[in-house]
Design a protein around this ligand. Structure first.
Ligand code: RET
Length: 247
């Protein structure tokens, strides 16, 4: 069964994610912003990989049947690649050490991998998997709200971006396990079509606005004033389109 509503939703999500790729391009090209300091190249993968996955899902590729339900494998492949980046980058913006960035990314990847196991399983194994995956989600949230702020506080110029990304990830992602519970993989209160449409929307909101927030706060990755001479004392970083001053 391939519902038109699902194909349309997935195609729209792919277009919206392409816009996210465009935002990262703009970020890379932005003058006075140091793309290396911002590690912006990593951000390409977030909307880029997801956009490709959505094209494949719209074409009904990689769909398997589990207990009468359809499972889109590319959804989980997308999540296992892109969600550790989304949450790891929040740690990077906070200035957290590599050990914590890798820990949060690992907790996230385990959450998704076990969640896929729960989705592919039937009977009691599904619920055991859901509980374990949920446990990793709690670990992830604990790092996001209890560990990262310790480092972010010492990082005044990135603090605002940190808070935006922390809450974007911390709040929006709570919708996913709830939606899974109501979906056919869980209790079955919401149809496969309804679930697919909501997930496509959530995934888009999780990614394109995320890279847009980095774009809008890009001044926090301004070219190091020390290496840019006097131009660095200028507070108006927001001048990509205006003529360059003396630098
Ligand atoms: C599952 C089911 C099992 C329990 C939990 C889940 C959490 C999933 C999350 C996914 C986030 C995805 C994002 C995608 C962006 O495009 C696997 C649904 C806890 C939090 C942000």
């Amino acid at each position: 069964m391939s519902e038109l509503a699902i194909t349309v939703s997935y195609s729209l999500a792919a277009v919206g994610l392409l816009a996210g790729v465009g935002v990262v391009f703009a970020l890379m090209r932005s003058s006075r912003v140091d793309a290396n300091r911002g590690k912006f190249a990593w951000l390409f993968i977030i909307p880029g990989f997801a956009g490709l996955s959505y094209v494949l899902m719209a074409a009904n590729i990689g769909v398997v049947q589990v207990g009468g339900n359809e499972v889109y494998l590319f959804r989980y492949l997308d999540w296992i690649v892109t969600t550790p980046l989304l949450v790891g980058y929040v740690g990077y913006v906070a200035g957290a050490p590599r050990k914590w960035i890798l820990s949060v990314a690992a907790a996230d990847a385990l959450m998704i991998a076990v969640g896929l196991g729960a989705t592919l399983a039937t009977g009691i194994a599904t619920w055991i998997g859901f509980a374990i995956s949920g446990g990793f989600h709690v670990v992830l949230l604990a790092i996001l709200y209890l560990v990262f702020p310790r480092y972010a506080q010492e990082n005044r110029e990135r603090y605002r971006l940190f808070k935006i990304l922390q809450n974007h990830v911390g709040l929006l992602w709570i919708a996913y396990p709830l939606l899974w519970l109501t979906s056919p993989a869980g209790l079955g209160y919401v149809s496969a079509v309804g679930t697919a449409m909501i997930i496509a929307y959530l995934d888009l909101v999780a990614k394109t606005p995320y890279v847009y927030f980095v774009w809008s706060e890009r001044a926090s990755f301004a070219v190091d004033p020390a290496s840019a001479g006097n131009a660095g004392t200028d507070q108006t970083i927001d001048t990509d389109e205006s003529p360059a001053t003396a630098d």
